[in-house]
Design a protein around this ligand. Structure first.
Ligand SMILES: Cc1cc2nc3c(=O)[nH]c(=O)nc-3n(C[C@H](O)[C@H](O)[C@H](O)COP(=O)(O)OP(=O)(O)OC[C@H]3O[C@@H](n4cnc5c(N)ncnc54)[C@H](O)[C@@H]3O)c2cc1C
Length: 307
């Protein structure tokens, strides 16, 4: 007798022609042809294994370092925010963390467990997957200085554990054995020091207050737009070009922090990208310094546009 083999079912959420504006902190951008929110790592693996070989895949965490162009992305977006969100204390100084856990939650969990070294993560508004991809950091700390190992998934849905020495890690830059189009982070183990829980929670709070005082947290933005050039600050250069408050459409250089571009209400991705180009041109003209973008840009340039 023939027994029909049951195909495993996907358990995540698939949406088609989904606007990505609601998944990025700039609140701009076009649609993804399809967007998948995996139920867990196993489900993600199954979903990826069923995609066509040539499918273009983008991972989005909290979209806090990302500009999605107005014409959107033709491929598949995997959204980890609110998903892949397990965090587990492995022993007295190690945390096992899935890619969709927010950096703030990692800082909080570590502090509560009396683990020191992750306080800087308290004010970085992204997921740990995004932090690993960017080598996110601030106030002297960087995520990769804490990494013991990472688990990655490739486009066929296969999982591999990797060590930090397989990566070239620099300032806001991470190059691994797989390309950004073929391999993504699903989890990491961070190794921390022991510390006093109350003191660590206090430090987290102080870092957040310091941030609120210097950054335009009221308007949609994506943090620092440009990397700091060696020995200088992008914000200083932009401010000295007289660009604070300069707008293209509804995209404006922040009055509070010159390396931030804010969406003052109804900006388009094209306006933000044009403003980025303008700022870079002005800094080049005045200082001869080529600013490099820290924010990632995805999607097709708007057809017929100037970009
Ligand atoms: C107000 C504000 C303040 C900020 N301050 C800081 C700061 O102090 N320091 C700092 O470093 N950054 C800062 N940022 C930028 C941003 O928060 C960080 O880069 C953050 O780590 C990005 O995480 P995300 O989940 O939002 O990534 P996303 O913006 O979703 O993605 C960023 C990049 O990472 C990739 N990516 C996302 N998830 C994965 C994954 N699982 N595997 C592989 N690739 C992935 C994306 O494809 C994309 O290329 C700030 C942003 C804002 C809005």
């Amino acid at each position: 007798m023939m027994v029909a083999m049951q195909q495993p079912q996907l358990r995540g959420e698939l949406r088609t022609h989904e606007s990505l504006a609601r998944y990025t902190t700039w609140r701009v951008g076009g649609e993804a042809r399809q967007l998948y929110r995996p139920a867990d790592v196993e489900d993600l693996s199954l979903f990826l294994s069923r995609l066509a070989e040539e499918e273009v895949i983008h991972f989005i965490g909290l979209g806090s370092n990302l500009l999605v162009r107005d014409d959107g992305v033709a491929g598949t977006v995997i959204l980890t925010q609110g998903m892949l969100d397990n965090i587990e204390q492995l022993d007295t100084n190690r945390l096992g963390i899935e890619a969709g856990v927010t950096s703030a939650k990692v800082a909080r969990t570590a502090a509560r467990a009396g683990m020191a070294g992750a306080q800087f993560l308290s004010g970085i508004p992204g997921t740990i997957g995004g932090a690993l991809a960017m080598n996110a950091g601030c106030f002297g700390g960087e995520i990769w200085s804490l990494v013991e190992s990472v688990t990655v998934i490739n486009r066929y849905g296969e999982l591999v554990q990797r060590n930090p020495d397989e990566y070239e890690v620099g300032y806001r830059s991470v190059k691994g054995p797989g390309s950004e189009q073929d391999e993504w982070f699903v989890a990491t183990t961070l190794k921390l020091e022991r510390g006093d829980s109350e003191e660590l929670l206090g430090e987290n709070r102080q870092l957040l207050e310091k941030r609120a005082a210097s950054q335009p947290t009221q308007l949609p933005n994506a943090g620092s737009v440009f990397r700091n050039p060696p020995g200088d600050h992008a914000a200083r250069l932009i401010e000295h070009c007289g660009l604070k408050g300069h707008c293209i459409g509804k995209a404006c250089v922040s009055d509070k922090h010159a390396n931030f571009i804010v969406n003052s209400g109804g900006a388009t991705a094209t306006e933000i990208e044009q403003l980025m180009e303008h700022v870079a041109q002005q800094v080049m003209a005045k200082f001869g310094i080529a600013l490099e973008r820290e924010v990632r840009v995805i999607g097709n340039p708007v057809s017929g546009g100037a970009l």
